[in-house]
Ligand binder design. Structure first.
Ligand code: AMP
Ligand code: ZN
Length: 463
């Protein structure tokens, strides 16, 4: 029986989907103003583990992840400039170019880490009408007020505010910083819509003049559009509990009066050398940084899997070195098992399988599940163990089958010529020269490869 820890009830609860065998799940996605750092990626590995666990249990998934390309301000409390605008200015690009650049790298990072892409990827800027409708509905229902710089949610109208974090309104008031926006009724009131001054690049027409949406309304509008008024799971990092997710609940439930999310699931933070990750400390590593230092992305994935998702994980290079060595040993032993001729009794294999399943079903205890694998590989060398490890890999996502492949069967290198043709095709598509793009695709096919468009880029495969 699958049990997940629900932040809302603060306990583990048995999970089954609300309707049939399809789980409807929303995951807060990246704000694409910068490269994802290893902390962000830990949270997406956590999302991936939820998805893999649900599949392991036989469920189908309708997963939605947003791409925030407008409205996320420098401080979560709606202060400061839009993160996209700041990056655009610094890099002398338009916010749209910034979004395209980092979205592409983001999906490449997910792929390198074997993180499955959710079924629906929703860009905030593609959903402005839905957000405007949502704000209008809140306005009509009396949950908002207008100030000189925007439309704000009036949290005093939503007495349940704080149900997720357990902080009541007085706590929020006491914890709020010196008030910068004196027109707000309560310091925790948050912007649904911001009025834009003419210099702001990203702005849209609305009933309140030109402006842009607040960050929180993005997730409410897109989750409701794709998943309905009540859905099964919402995931994100723990930092989102006290503001972003409280605000989503306030927006969702004001209109329906119904519980909007059944299971709130949060991944704990990654620290670096015991402290916070920050640009000023120079410790916000990206996957490319790790690759340049000689680590495979899967070394990082393996490093993350060794700590339960609800525990803080301290990143150090010593820790990553240990993970790299341990993964190499695991692969080497599995390669020996793949060639092994011993038979392992079925009861023994079943007992490993049972222990693995019990660990996963207990709120995704992946470290314990890895322990089961590490015990099993001590058995006499047998193909049975190799095959079982590959079953377990549906959760781990460590490409364990590759351990036993002769090198020429391992993922083939894409020839430079094919890569260059694919880049040309991408450029042609961007320039809307579809005839040329088709021609280039044909050339790629003629060389024995195919090119598939995926969110944020392309994938090249050998035919
Ligand atoms: P952002 O792009 O800032 O909205 O963050 C993307 C995701 O990464 C969110 O779900 C955050 O909760 C998560 N996140 C941010 N910093 C960390 C960290 N240090 N460790 C783990 N997750 C993080
Ligand atoms: Zn969100």
């Amino acid at each position: 029986m699958l049990r997940f820890y629900n932040t809302l009830s603060r306990k583990k609860e048995v999970f089954t989907p609300l309707e049939g065998d399809t789980v409807r799940m929303y995951s807060c996605g990246p704000t694409v103003y910068n490269y994802a750092h290893i902390g962000n990626l830990r949270t997406y590995i956590f999302m991936d583990l939820i998805r893999r666990t649900l599949r392991f249990e036989g469920y189908k998934i309708k997963g939605v992840m947003n791409i925030t390309d407008v409205g996320h301000l420098m401080a979560d409390s709606d202060d400061g400039e839009d993160k996209m605008a700041v990056a655009a200015r610094e890099q002398k690009l338009s916010p749209w170019e910034i979004a395209e650049k980092y979205t592409k790298v983001f999906f490449e990072d997910l792929k390198k880490l074997n993180i499955g892409t959710p079924e629906i990827i929703a860009k905030a800027t593609d959903h402005i009408p839905e957000m405007i409708n949502y704000v209008q509905a809140l306005e009509k229902a009396g949950f908002s007020y207008e100030t000189s710089d925007g439309i704000y949610y009036d949290i005093a109208k939503f007495p349940r505010y704080g149900c997720l974090s357990g902080a009541n309104l007085d706590d929020q008031l006491a914890g709020a910083r010196v008030e910068v926006n004196s027109e707000k009724h309560h310091p925790a009131d948050f912007a649904l819509w911001k009025k834009a001054d003419p210099r702001h690049i990203m702005q849209w027409d609305s009933p309140w003049g030109k402006g842009y949406p607040g960050w929180h309304i993005e997730c409410s509008a897109m989750s409701r559009k794709y998943l309905g008024e009540t859905f099964d799971i919402h995931s994100g990092g723990v930092d989102h509990i006290p503001i972003h997710h409280e605000n989503e609940i306030a927006q969702n439930e004001a209109l329906t009066g119904k519980q909007s999310v059944r299971f709130w699931m949060h991944g704990e933070f990654m620290l670096v050398n015991g402290g916070k990750m920050s640009k000023s400390l120079g410790n916000t590593y990206t996957i490319s940084d790790l690759e340049q230092r000689g680590y495979a992305p899967l070394d990082f994935r393996f490093f993350c899997l060794n700590t339960h998702y609800r525990k803080k994980l301290n990143f150090t290079f010593e820790g990553l070195d240990a993970a790299k060595i341990s993964r190499a040993r695991l692969n080497a032993q599995l390669a020996e098992h793949a060639a092994g001729t011993n038979k392992i009794p079925t009861e023994k294999l079943d007992s490993y399988r049972d222990r693995f399943k019990a660990a996963i079903e207990d709120d995704m205890n992946v470290p314990l599940a890895l322990g089961v694998l590490f015990t099993a590989i001590k058995e006499p060398k047998s193909k049975d163990i190799f095959e079982m490890a590959n079953e377990f890999d549906c959760i781990f996502g460590l490409d364990l089958n590759a351990a036993a492949l002769p090198k020429e069967d391992a993922a083939p290198e894409i020839p430079a010529e094919v890569k260059a043709l694919s880049d040309e095709r991408t450029a042609a598509k961007k320039a809307k020269n579809y005839a040329l793009a088709d021609e280039l695709r044909a050339k790629i096919n003629a060389l024995g490869y195919s090119v598939i468009d995926i969110p944020g880029g392309v994938e090249i495969k050998k035919n």
